[in-house]
Design a protein around this ligand. Structure first.
Ligand code: CP
Length: 310
């Protein structure tokens, strides 16, 4: 089976069949990653550039590891130490890299739509590793893989996405994916951090009450407050945000039910998530990171057009 798309620019334009194919392929790669020799020759002779115009820990390392596990040749590009800092355009930069015979581009950029722009101008397959406040498709895929692994299925699952929905590409990609796969989604946070028309635009429910939301859901995906993307004061203080919407052990204990806690990272400890929750048995945050490698192996493999089995 093949994906219906040449690039992975977002979840919005993927079909549910595409998503199922990526998740089932990731399961095979997760099995590979449990072996003593965690490497397969699937992408031998394929060259991939990791083009990061914005900071990253998990996504950058996870893609690089996924590429190495698939035996691809990799090049890492950090904008801050490149000629982009001298004013070279994105298109010039990428065309110069492609002239050195690169097959695939993984790109993170602070501008929403940057990978879509590249896809219109270059022949290589492009994978969006997060573009501005638009989408972060591989994060949504690894989140879905982790929910499926922990709870058995996505269909009918009650998922709450909590926090800074307004500035979150993770929220947007997760909502697209979860809705396509039959999950129910509630977004919860202060009114100033939830886009006004999100319910009608994306088919989710909105709640401003954290306790009711947690009591409803099976899974809570807690998002980082993105202070770097907020150009105005959207809540009174981080301390008051923690009191009103932060998730503490005490709050979870008051529910009398066990829910799964997720976070894409990096965590603002003591703001959206207290350490006694982030580090608890209910938290699958590090499993999400582990699953990211298998999911990104699946995406790279499927977009490479290689037909050999993993
Ligand atoms: N979740 C995520 O995208 O983390 P990084 O910014 O560290 O890649």
């Amino acid at each position: 089976m093949q994906l219906s798309t040449k690039h992975l620019l977002g979840i919005k334009n993927l079909s549910s069949q595409d998503i199922s194919l990526i998740l089932s392929t990731a399961e095979q790669f997760k099995e590979v990653l449990q072996r003593p020799v965690k490497k397969v020759p699937s992408l031998r002779e394929v060259t991939i550039v990791n083009l990061f115009y914005e900071n990253s820990t998990r996504t950058r390392i996870s893609f690089e590891l996924a590429e190495k596990r698939l035996s691809a040749d990799t090049i890492n590009f950090a904008a801050s130490s490149s000629s982009a800092a001298k004013g070279e355009t994105l298109l010039d930069t990428v065309n110069n890299i492609l002239s050195m015979k690169v097959d695939m581009v993984v790109m993170r950029h602070s501008a929403s739509g940057a990978p879509h722009f590249l896809a219109q101008h270059i022949p290589a397959a492009i994978i969006n590793a997060g573009d501005g406040i638009n989408e972060h498709p591989t994060q949504a895929l690894l989140d879905a893989f982790s929910i499926q692994e922990k709870t058995g299925s996505l269909s009918g699952r009650k998922v709450a996405i909590i926090g800074d929905i307004m500035h979150s590409r993770v929220a947007q990609s997760n909502i697209y994916l979860l809705k396509k796969m039959g999950a129910e989604v509630v977004v919860c946070g202060p009114p100033t951090l939830i886009p006004k028309h999100i319910a009608s635009a994306l088919g989710v429910s909105v709640s401003y009450n954290i306790k009711e939301t947690l009591a409803w859901c099976d899974v809570a995906n807690v998002l980082r407050i993105q202070l770097e993307r907020q150009n105005q004061v959207l809540f009174s203080s981080l301390r008051e945000y923690n009191i009103a919407y932060g998730i503490s052990r005490q709050l979870l204990d008051s529910l009398h039910k066990e829910i799964v806690i997720m976070h894409p990272g990096p965590i603002n400890r003591g703001v959206e998530l207290n350490s006694d929750v982030a580090d608890s048995k209910q938290s699958i945050i590090l499993q999400q990171v582990e699953n990211g490698v298998a999911v990104r192996m699946a995406v790279l493999y499927l977009l490479s057009g290689r037909t050999a089995q993993a």
